[in-house]
Design a protein around this ligand. Structure first.
Ligand code: HEM
Length: 393
């Protein structure tokens, strides 16, 4: 076997990945597509074909990573389970997020949320649409889908951030643990309020589906899954809304094409999450020695599946760094692959691509970027950090 020694990863710093990971990934794809990166304490898998190959072998590339900080913060969620125990919990959640449920039940709710948010600032003529629109829109929509209608969107945003910071707290910062534990307790208290009601009054929400599944989930399993969905299901739609709006505001010709043909919004959504994948990287761990992309991985190797890089792989996507809704249709990997393929994919498509973005561009006349620059950040999760805009009030 032609196993390479993975040296080029050694100079990579997490701060550089956070600022702009794409040139670093392009180099890794060219030179060592499966590279040991000491700063990340994992092998980064950066080519599209290796990501797809890895997701076809979940028995070798396990989602149940040892010493996972996610388990410490949230409990053992479906995202960190394999095989039948994962399947059982996924099946329980599925009815809440089926395409028909999303279209008939959640889409009208998304519309109401989006309209109320825009009503709240339309006469202002300017706002940071990250804070005023993308983040509350994602939080309020997620609260509805979960069945946590008793939670304030600001609390949900704080809990989401605090738990995600906890899952990345490799520095063992006590303040980060304190916030994560407070967030976790907040979710538990909110669940204690809604579970008795939803036990008696089933609805389409995720908590209700988990309670009333053929093989119902325990209180502990429900709590862990609600926490992972709050941690992981809020910032992706938020970042997709903000990235998509920024991309169109920076590309007037593509914007004009979309405004003339509603059917193109679907392409805007898919190209947005290809261009800047909201989940840039997620973990896996090998269950045995295996070769991937020319690198020999030992048993127990910690892997980073770099979706952000697979989505910019030049062997699949022509001019990958360019946002282009008219590009040839190729499968991106922004929703992952294999058994853990995003369960919220339909909800995200409708929420972001069919409701939030069209409403923003349809209702805010002459919407444009303000003078202050839009900044992007992150590599595990990536998106705009602000979106200062103006429009004619
Ligand atoms: C643009 C929006 C979104 C993106 C890009 C996205 C991306 C992803 C990715 C990459 C995974 C796989 C992670 C892994 O294998 O470790 C995933 C899993 C998941 N996502 Fe999403 N997501 C989005 C929105 C949502 C929403 C809105 C929800 C819930 C309403 C959701 C619920 C889930 C769940 C429950 C899983 C775990 C599935 C399983 O383990 O079987 N996602 N998502």
């Amino acid at each position: 076997m032609d196993a390479k020694v993975a040296k080029p990863g050694e100079g990579i710093r997490l701060s550089d990945l956070w600022n702009d990971p794409y040139p670093i990934y392009a180099k890794l794809r060219r030179e060592v597509p499966v590279a040991w990166v000491p700063a990340a304490n994992r092998y980064l898998v950066t080519r599209h074909e290796d990501i797809v190959a890895l997701e076809r072998q979940p028995e070798i590339f396990s989602a149940d990573e040892e010493n996972s900080l996610m388990k410490r913060v949230m409990g053992h969620t479906l995202l960190r389970k394999d095989g039948p125990s994962h399947k059982r919990e996924r099946v329980a959640c599925e009815p809440a997020l089926r395409p028909a449920t999303v279209k008939n039940h959640w889409m009208p709710e998304f519309r109401r949320i989006v309209d109320e948010l825009i009503d709240g600032f339309i006469t202002d003529g300017e706002a940071d649409l990250f804070d005023r629109f993308a983040a509350p829109c994602a939080a309020l929509s997620l609260a509805r889908m979960l069945g946590l209608t008793n939670v304030d969107q600001k609390d949900l945003r704080e809990w989401s951030q605090a738990m995600m910071d906890g899952t990345g707290n490799y520095a063992d910062d006590p303040e980060v643990w304190r916030r994560a534990e407070a967030a976790s307790s907040g979710v538990d208290a909110a669940l204690d309020e809604v579970i008795p009601y939803l036990s008696r009054n089933p609805d389409q929400s995720l908590v209700s589906c988990m309670l009333h599944a053929d093989d119902p989930l325990s209180r502990e399993e429900i709590a862990a899954n609600v926490k992972v969905i709050i941690g992981g299901g809020l910032n992706e739609p938020r970042d997709a809304i903000a990235t998509g709006a920024y991309a169109l505001l920076s590309n007037p010709r593509q914007r004009a094409a979309v405004e003339a043909d509603f059917a193109l919004w679907r392409l805007v959504f898919e190209e947005t999450i290809r261009w800047v994948a909201p989940i840039g990287m997620y973990p896996r761990q090998t269950t045995r020695e295996v070769e991937l992309g020319g690198t020999l991985l030992p048993k127990g190797a910690r892997i980073g599946v770099v979706l952000a890089s697979g989505n910019r792989d030049e062997t699949v996507f022509e001019n990958p760094d360019v946002f282009d809704i008219h590009r040839a249709k190729k499968p991106h990997v922004a929703f992952g692959g294999g058994p853990h393929f995003c369960l919220g994919a339909w909800a995200a498509r409708v929420q972001v691509g069919e409701v939030a973005l069209p409403a923003l561009f349809g209702r805010l006349k002459n919407l444009r970027l303000a003078d202050e620059p839009v900044r992007f950040g992150g590599w595990v999760f990536r998106g705009p950090l602000n979106l200062p805009c103006r429009w004619d009030a």
